[in-house]
Design a protein around this ligand. Structure first.
Ligand code: B16
Ligand code: MG
Length: 224
């Protein structure tokens, strides 16, 4: 029985994935590294420090900065990112998200959040949707970022559901891997997510009917 739907935040609930990219691109430029949108795909769902390490590796500067300097770069990125979050309002939910959250709630299925962003509580507040979630996994207590399943398992535990009773929704390859590794059914939003059990082009397609049809089809497959 389907008991919970667990959402990623950046790129699923709202388009902060692009704001992360703009902030990282500015910091990378300051240290002489160029990153583009296609490289940015590799940063989605990856924690702040791990993202920085990937950028430095990409620019061949893995050994250039000591720990303190890396912390300073990560902090500069976060300052830029947090400034850009001021543009978020109730209107910044991606298309269809408000409706699907309402429909899941009406069906009495639990709703969770599995974001590795330390800014997640502030973002939910800016969007005015904190109340929509029964449980938000605490990113500050997570030791492994996606594709490790830790954050999705923490969300299942907080919602008191078994991973096999839950669907996870992601926009990043690392996130889909994390959902699959947790033993949940995965929905991928956007291109290149062929490891997802169900692939959608956009959040517009993410309806309660689409989720229940997916759940029913997978349950039939498992029974057969
Ligand atoms: P912060 P998600 C992730 O959020 C982002 O996809 C990733 O780009 C970011 O580096 C990470 O959060 C950490 O975010 O710097 O705000 O703590 O996709 O898991 O919702
Ligand atoms: Mg995401």
């Amino acid at each position: 029985m389907l008991k919970a739907i667990i959402f990623d935040l950046d790129g699923v609930i709202t388009d902060t994935a692009h704001l992360h990219f703009l902030a990282w691109r500015a910091v990378a430029q300051e240290v002489g590294i160029t990153i583009d949108e296609s490289f940015n795909e590799e940063l989605k769902g990856i924690s702040r420090m791990d993202s920085l390490l990937r950028i430095l590796r990409h620019g061949g500067k893995e050994q250039t900065f000591d720990h303190q300097q890396r912390l300073a770069l990560a902090s500069k990125k976060n300052d830029l990112y947090v400034q850009s979050l001021a543009s978020l309002t109730h209107e910044s939910l991606l298309p269809g998200i408000r409706e699907v959250l309402e429909d899941i709630r009406a069906a009495d299925v639990r709703i969770g959040l599995a974001s590795v962003s330390l800014n997640a509580p502030g973002i939910l507040h800016a969007l005015g949707i904190e109340q929509a979630f029964d449980f938000c996994a605490d990113a500050s207590r997570i030791t492994c970022s996606k594709p490790h399943p830790e954050i999705f398992l923490a969300a299942c535990a907080g919602l008191k559901v078994h991973p096999k009773e839950a669907i996870g929704i992601e926009d990043a390859a690392a996130g889909v891997e994390a959902i699959n590794a947790a033993g949940m059914l995965s929905v991928g939003i956007g291109p290149g997510l062929d490891r997802a059990g169900l692939q959608l082009h956009s959040t517009r397609e993410l309806t309660w009917k689409c989720l229940t049809d997916f759940w029913a089809s997978r349950t039939v497959l498992i029974r057969n």
